[in-house]
Ligand binder design. Structure first.
Ligand SMILES: Cc1ncc(COP(=O)(O)O)c(C=O)c1O
Length: 500
């Protein structure tokens, strides 16, 4: 067991993930010490990937969340890819349809949702989801509801499709930088390995044939069996769609190597550029060059509809064996019937869905434009994005040196001294230090402007200050600080519930 002292508050949060409950405070272990009743290797293995700054930043935020009135010097959460720009529209719709599901009316009987559901999900919900998925893809794809397997979010969908395609020790190719959750979802319980397809800023991190060949060959030399390539389109963290040409390159490569293609399209409805989004389904359905049974899409309503708490996901595949096996596995992660009933009604309201999608895209476009412009004004460049809830920001010039250590140090300074939780590129397996993913879809315009103001102040101070670790946190504006009405109500209610 190696023991090291712990230093800064952020490091404490980060390292607490490795703390053994039995060891004295202030020490950490690199090996889990077991008692007499041992646990499974799968549960204890560190393949879950959650020991990264991506997740540590969320914990740091939870300990000191920003609030414009109650905690104006707190941490602003810019590390969570949440779509809150259309929440008001959903609330409006729910207000108008507060009778759904109504047990008294004829619409849905209580029994229908209270008793066991068949793991195919409610047929009407699958039908509504299929037409929503087609709508988000510009109406240019055919989605047969029978080829949809419902899962509790894309997290479960990605794990299930991996379980169906690969055995422990086999591998999936995944282009970098990629969503940190994949280390958990694709690898942890499945025992499957991720082989990175290394992409670089020189061509905007585009996937190329030589990069695919290099990754594939390396793993074949290591005697690994490669089963699939998993792409994310639009990409998290790049906030960029994959071009039809690159999709064709990927499909050709996969066909030549006889491997599957999985396309995670959870951000399909966030494309805000004038160029339409091209789903991989559009390409395989308009060409007879590819075997449709080898191409699978993972989707959810977490991002496009801003409903991550509802846990609604789906696997779409034209492969009957995959559909059957996925459906069996989905028993572990079903969506509650009540959620399906509510969402069936929402998704079947064609007029609302059109308005929602158009409004959200326009709001995201504007938010993205203002954010990128704000950064540009202070000399910070972003990758030119066209989608998503975040920007891929280049902070390389702020690194003390060009290595990973300095990226980590900058992340800690930004978290602790500026009070922004953004996510360092290393946690996305980026190959070049200095890139950060910064989310803008989970906050108000005002909060984003506060965040931009903090970055501006930080850069101005850096000009005069060599030692960035000593920078003061921006002060709360005079006269501000206290408790807002909403928090007062919360606090009073909490106090009441404690005394009652
Ligand atoms: C690319 C990608 N796939 C899957 C997920 C997980 O989505 P869900 O909340 O539907 O499980 C995320 C969440 O951030 C993501 O970015």
């Amino acid at each position: 067991m190696s023991v090291q002292p712990i230093s800064s508050p952020t490091e404490t949060v980060f390292l607490s993930m490795f703390l053994c409950q039995r060891c004295p405070a202030g020490t950490r272990t690199t090996k889990h010490s077991m008692g007499f009743c041992s646990l499974s290797n799968i549960a204890m293995a560190d393949r879950h990937g959650e020991d990264s700054p991506y997740f540590a930043g969320w914990k740091a935020y939870d300990l000191n969340p920003y609030h414009p009135i109650c905690n104006p010097t707190g941490i602003i959460q810019m590390g969570l890819a949440e779509n809150q720009v259309g929440t008001d529209l959903l609330e409006e719709w729910l207000d108008k349809h507060s009778d759904i599901p109504s047990w008294k009316g004829t619409r849905t009987s209580f029994k229908e949702v209270a008793l066991y559901q068949d793991y195919h999900g409610l047929a009407e919900f699958r039908k509504a989801l299929a037409s929503f998925m087609a709508e988000v893809r510009g109406g240019r794809v055919r989605i047969n509801p029978d080829n949809i397997v419902l899962t509790a979010g894309a997290t479960a969908g990605n794990e299930i499709i991996t379980f169906c395609i690969a055995d422990p020790g086999e591998a999936l190719l995944v282009p970098t930088p990629y969503y940190p959750g994949f280390d958990r979802d694709l690898r942890w319980r499945t025992g499957v390995d991720i082989v990175p397809v290394k992409c670089y800023s020189s061509n905007n991190f585009e996937v190329t044939l030589p990069a695919l060949e290099r990754a594939y060959q390396e793993e074949i030399n290591n005697k690994k069996s490669m089963k699939a390539i998993l792409i994310t389109n639009p990409s998290n963290p790049l906030g960029l769609t994959i071009s039809p040409q690159t999709l064709t390159t990927i499909l050709d490569f996969a066909a030549e190597k006889s491997i599957h293609v999985i396309s995670d399209e959870v951000y399909a409805g966030t494309v805000f550029s004038s160029q339409p989004f091209t789903s991989i389904l559009e390409i395989i359905q308009t060409s007879n060059r590819y075997d449709p049974e080898t191409v699978h899409v993972v989707y959810s309503l977490s991002k496009d509809l801003g409903l991550p708490g509802f846990r609604i996901g789906a696997i779409f595949s034209s492969n009957p064996k995959i559909i059957t096996a996925s459906r069996r596995m989905s028993s572990f992660s079903l969506i509650s019937s009540q959620t399906q009933v509510l969402l069936k009604c929402l998704l079947s309201d064609g007029g609302f869905i059109k308005r929602y999608l158009n409004t959200v895209k326009e709001r995201l476009r504007r938010r993205h434009e203002e954010f990128v412009k704000g950064l540009k004004e202070i000399g910070i460049e972003c990758l030119e994005g066209d989608s998503g809830l975040f920007s891929w920001v280049n902070l390389r010039k702020l690194l003390a040196s060009g290595d990973w250590d300095s990226e980590m140090k900058l992340w800690i300074v930004i978290l602790e001294d500026i009070g922004l939780n953004i996510s360092p590129g290393r946690s996305f397996h980026c190959e070049e230090p200095g890139w950060f993913r910064v989310c803008f879809g989970n906050m108000s315009d005002d909060d984003m402007n506060v965040a931009l103001g903090r970055i501006r102040l930080f850069l101005a101070s850096r000009k005069h200050e060599e030692d960035t670790n000593l920078l003061p946190r921006p002060e709360a504006p005079l006269g501000v600080g206290g408790t807002c009405a909403a928090c007062l109500v919360d606090a009073e209610q909490q106090a009441e519930s404690l005394t009652s």
